[in-house]
Ligand binder design. Structure first.
Ligand SMILES: O=C(O)CCC(=O)C(=O)O
Ligand SMILES: [Fe+2]
Length: 511
């Protein structure tokens, strides 16, 4: 085991097993200048109240598995109040991504606030109709307006109230860019007229925001309780680091930043109050990545070795459809890519009508005997971190060759939950490009949202251009709502072959 890995494992162990001890200061990214004060403001008081970790604490506990589970259950059941500055790591979810809230009280001074509140009250507020879970219209119990890129959520289309941003919102957007290093392009404005106005349990997990959005919330006027609770359906994959539910009293001038898996693993709300309340305005600044009906186009830039993850669409309560584009495989595997390209001619190709295909039996070979193509597939599986693709019974490697303008791979769906050996609704298809670079430039991998798909999200279709050694993975809910193809080239004539390796956890043939 490498020293790095051993260290990472120790860190992971430490996270799930124990109590909060002080350690070196850590930051969860971003520029919130925190004071690490929690419940009284020093490490010793935080130790007495282990359910509220400060950012400079490590979680250390040597206990049996049952003790660890009991400890997690205890952590999960203690209500917590976040009322001090600091970064609060609430849980660790899929791929070890943490749900984080960062509190920065009085980010705006009282004097600034009074001026800003007066200006914000002049925004074009309107009480709108929303749709409930059952699709029934209802009048929202608050006033709202929206500035920035349009997007659709819960079948409600948000168009910018006005193309130009009011000066007061621009000023705040710029303040946040300075503070957090994030260029927000949209803002949701909520006005709670009195204590009865509210927002119900929800997550800001619309696909156009990406999987792990940074959302910055600024509050003005009356103090209201912002509540957080974990989503029930994810409990198994979530390790709580802090109690649930969480109350965050948001006062005028407070900045609350939501990060990491917070929208994926937690819900939030502003409940009604029993006592009389004055009005409160809240602004949540967001980065909207796509517009409605937008076509995704991923092209490599010059010397582009960046990997990119895109959220394509989402259905409430289900896994998002995602795509990852890997352009870095070649960096540490250039020799292998060359060897694999040379091995393409030795495959036993057969015609499958629209294209030529070859199947590689990964299960039959021992890893050390694997062909360069299979070793490349293993390198890809390692890069993508998908355990199910470790060479074995579940992994299937097929090659598709296109060497004539008319050759193509027709639209394919990627549902592997139906009867394959890998009974899962979760999609995993990895596509690795090889062969002639010019031919590949004519043959992007095309994706398309299926007709009548109820999934939410602004993207409708996409094209991903791959160079030899680049790869794409189609992930999670992809199969339910999307399909993919390799289209015909511009002209019907012979050309150098473009080859695509398809790695799936399925036994079915590609042809
Ligand atoms: O008012 C708040 O603090 C939260 C508003 C909110 O959650 C939203 O606009 O999505
Ligand atoms: Fe929200």
């Amino acid at each position: 085991m490498s020293a790095e890995k051993a260290k990472a494992d120790r860190r992971r162990q430490a996270r799930v097993q124990g109590a909060w001890n002080s350690g070196p200061a850590r930051r969860s990214g971003g520029g919130v200048k925190q004071t690490n004060k929690v419940d009284g403001g020093d490490a010793s008081s935080a130790q007495q109240k282990p359910q509220v970790p400060a950012a400079n604490q490590e979680f250390v506990f040597d206990g049996s598995v049952s003790e660890v589970l009991a400890r997690e259950a205890e952590l999960a059941s203690k209500p917590v109040t976040v009322d001090k500055d600091g970064d609060y790591e609430l849980s660790i979810g899929r791929n070890d991504v943490k749900a984080v809230v960062q509190m920065r009280q009085k980010f705006l001074s009282d004097a600034e606030n009074r001026r800003l509140l007066a200006e914000l009250n002049r925004l074009p507020w309107q009480q709108r109709m929303g749709l409930d879970q059952g699709g029934q219209p209802y009048q929202e119990p608050r006033e709202t307006c929206w500035f920035g890129r349009p997007y659709t959520y819960s079948h409600v289309k948000w168009e910018a109230t006005d193309d130009s941003w009011p000066q007061v919102l621009l000023e705040l957007k710029n303040r946040l860019a300075d503070e957090l290093g994030v260029e927000f392009n949209s803002v949701m404005c909520n006005r709670y007229r009195d204590g009865k106005d509210k927002i119900g349990w929800h997550a800001d997990d619309e696909p156009s925001l990406g999987r792990h959005p940074v959302i910055a919330s600024l509050s003005f006027g009356e103090t209201r309780r912002f509540m957080l609770r974990r989503r029930d359906c994810r409990v198994q994959t979530l390790r709580p680091l802090i109690g649930d539910p969480i109350t965050v009293p948001l006062q005028s001038g407070d900045l609350l930043v939501m990060r990491g898996s917070l929208q994926e693993d937690w819900l939030h709300s502003v409940p009604p109050e029993y006592h009389d309340k004055e009005s409160r305005i809240n602004l949540t600044f967001r980065v909207i990545e796509h517009s409605p009906n937008e076509q995704l186009c991923l092209r490599p830039g010059p010397e582009d070795n960046e990997n990119k993850q895109v959220t394509l669409s989402a259905r409430p309560g289900q896994m998002q459809a995602q795509l990852c584009c890997y352009r870095s495989l070649i960096v540490s595997n250039s020799g292998l890519v060359a060897e694999a390209s040379a091995a393409l001619d030795r495959l036993s190709w057969r015609s499958a009508g629209s294209c030529d295909v070859a199947q590689l039996d990964l299960a039959a070979s021992q890893p050390q005997e694997l062909s360069p193509l299979a070793r490349l597939a293993v390198a890809l599986a390692t890069l993508t971190g998908n355990a199910r693709l470790k060479v074995g019974a579940y992994a299937r490697l097929a090659a598709v060759r296109l060497d004539h303008g008319s050759k193509h791979l027709p639209w394919r769906e990627a549902n592997f939950g139906d009867g394959g050996p890998c009974q899962t609704a979760e999609t995993f298809v990895a596509v690795l490009a090889l062969g002639d670079a010019k031919a590949l430039a004519q043959r992007p991998l095309e994706i398309e949202k299926r007709l009548n798909s109820p999934a939410q999200g602004n993207l409708k279709s996409g094209q991903i251009f791959l160079r030899p050694g680049d790869a794409v993975t189609l992930l999670h809910g992809f199969g339910a709502d999307w399909r993919y193809q390799l289209g015909r080239a511009g002209r019907a004539e012979p050309h150098e072959p473009a080859v695509f390796l398809f790695l799936t956890p399925d036994q079915r043939d590609i042809g």
